[in-house]
Design a protein around this ligand. Structure first.
Ligand SMILES: Cc1cc2nc3c(=O)[nH]c(=O)nc-3n(C[C@H](O)[C@H](O)[C@H](O)COP(=O)(O)OP(=O)(O)OC[C@H]3O[C@@H](n4cnc5c(N)ncnc54)[C@H](O)[C@@H]3O)c2cc1C
Length: 477
């Protein structure tokens, strides 16, 4: 048996179910493939930084596969629609008998995979798919009535119970090396049409499994103990920053869970509360993927709560552009958006503050913000991004109640008390003291060239609440 292993968002050799299983049963060697789909990626709003990071990870993967005597071939097609033919042709050229891949759960990806499976079967190729992206596969958890969970807390309870009862979630062992390379690996492309890869900062995100596992080990050894205390403070190095690695699959969520549980077993050294809180974040990640599977409308751009589709957004293009540029005049919001523009990453607390400001204070449709984030995030991920935006906009599963609207200045004082993060990303405010930096006086703003606030928060809050109340009163908003 000769296997073709199709890599997608799982760019690693350790704990990779498709690779693991294929390498065990291939008696006539194995080949790997990755499909670059430039036009499709653009349609999915992939960011330049994300594509650049992916290509570097692909190059690392190719090296590691080569050591296993597996050559990585690259096919370049514009759309998902051309993938089935390209894969089958490659499989036939190399006399492969079976295709192995790990499941993806978004609507277009599912359709692509169904088309691939159909064409493979028609051409006599066996197809084997595995669950990989989530710690617990999407069909594993159901309510007592057999329904899908729609709220995080009971989902989390069931998730933890399942793990405690011994659900096998340990990472898989290494893949088995093949007897010989079947052909030479393809060079990984350095350019992808429509993406500007030259303006990215490779130094911020070293690519590959090794840096990913090193980051995980370092976080668990040094930071997870204080995670609960520090994770909301953007100026602190309090979170793992593993999200870009999880997004390309350079590390698996199972590997993260295993490292965390091991630290927990060591007890005092790591601090159990930190570990448990961090595991909760991994569960959030599973939850949002679960929602994408159970409620496919969310990956078609629809609100989880259909009633909120009637909400009358203001959608002021000029205000949206000001928000995107990090020029809203609310320092903590601007700091977050500038961090995103400059690094491709934003701290979770700031994602929530920026998202809530856009959807509530400016009443801009959450889909506009979701797309802006996607176009700039190195860790862009449909499930988590959609979940985060719908949570913030009060249109989602476990959404924040619509009347609980963050006050940006209060959030700023609470989570960046010394204004350290603001000063780093809004340098015009660099000399302000810790009191005025959160909301500089009018004359100071004018002197420093920092804009006046884009709106009056108290009035904007009342406007947003009224818009949501019109919905719940059942009247046309
Ligand atoms: C509006 C909005 C948009 C978001 N968009 C994305 C996105 O596109 N991609 C993405 O990976 N995350 C997204 N998140 C979730 C979260 O902000 C990031 O996962 C987190 O900031 C990544 O930093 P970290 O790796 O240091 O996380 P840590 O705090 O170290 O957490 C570990 C891992 O848990 C997962 N995680 C943590 N928080 C969340 C969360 N709230 N929801 C889902 N998973 C979580 C991530 O995979 C993360 O890497 C978004 C959140 C919001 C509010």
């Amino acid at each position: 048996m000769r296997a073709l292993i199709w890599f997608r968002a799982d760019l690693r050799t350790e704990d990779n179910p498709a690779l693991h299983h294929a390498s065990k049963v291939a008696t006539r060697g194995a080949l790997a493939v990755f499909a670059v789909c430039a036009e499709q990626w653009r349609q999915h709003d992939w960011a330049d930084v994300r594509v650049e990071f992916l290509l570097r990870n692909l190059a690392c993967l190719s090296e590691r596969l080569k050591r296993l005597n597996i050559a990585l071939r690259i096919v370049e097609v514009p759309h998902f629609a051309q993938v089935p033919r390209a894969l089958v042709e490659l499989a036939q050229r190399h006399e492969c008998d079976a295709l192995y891949f790990n499941r993806e759960y978004e609507v277009n990806e599912l359709r692509r995979d169904e088309a691939v499976a159909r064409l493979c079967t028609r051409n006599g190729l066996a197809v084997h798919c595995s669950d990989d992206q989530m710690i617990l596969p999407p069909d594993r958890l159901r309510t007592r009535e057999g329904r899908c969970y729609t709220v995080f807390t009971p989902f989390q309870r069931a998730w933890r119970a399942c793990i405690e009862q011994g659900e096998p979630v340990a990472p898989l062992g290494s893949a088995r090396p093949q007897p010989e390379l079947l052909c030479s690996p393809d060079p990984v492309p350095e350019h992808v049409p429509g993406f500007d890869l030259d303006r990215c900062h490779p130094d911020l995100w070293p690519a590959g499994e090794k840096p990913a596992l090193r980051r995980l080990a370092n976080f668990i050894a040094r930071h997870v103990g204080a995670y609960r205390k520090l994770r909301d403070f953007p100026a602190a190095d309090g979170t793992s920053r593993l999200s870009p690695y999880l997004a390309v699959g350079a590390v698996s969520a199972r590997q993260c869970l295993a490292a965390a549980r091991e630290a927990d077993d060591e007890g005092a050294k790591s601090g159990g509360a930190g570990v448990s809180t961090w595991i909760t974040e991994l569960i959030w990640r599973d939850f949002y993927r679960y929602v994408v599977v159970a409620f496919p409308r969310v990956s078609r751009g629809r609100a989880f709560k259909p009633a909120t589709e009637r909400l009358r957004w203001r959608n002021d293009p000029a205000e949206f552009a000001t928000w995107c540029a990090g020029q809203t005049g609310f320092p903590i919001v601007d700091a977050g958006l500038r961090q995103l523009a400059s690094t491709g990453w934003m701290h979770n607390r700031l994602r929530m503050i920026a998202a809530m400001f856009l959807t509530k204070d400016l009443l801009v449709d959450w889909r506009w913000g979701e797309r802006h984030f996607m176009r700039h995030l190195v860790d862009g991920d449909l499930a988590s991004n959609n979940g985060g935006w719908q949570w913030s906009a009060s249109t989602g599963t476990d959404a924040v109640p619509y009347f609980r609207i963050f006050n940006p200045a209060t959030q700023s004082r609470r989570f960046d008390p010394a204004g350290e993060f603001i000063r780093r990303w809004v340098p015009e405010l660099g000399d302000l003291d810790r009191r005025s930096v959160h909301n500089p006086p009018v004359d100071v703003r004018a002197r420093l060239g920092y804009p006046a606030p884009l709106c009056d928060h108290a009035a904007a809050r009342r406007r947003a609440i009224a818009a949501f109340q019109r919905l719940s009163a059942g009247r046309q908003a």
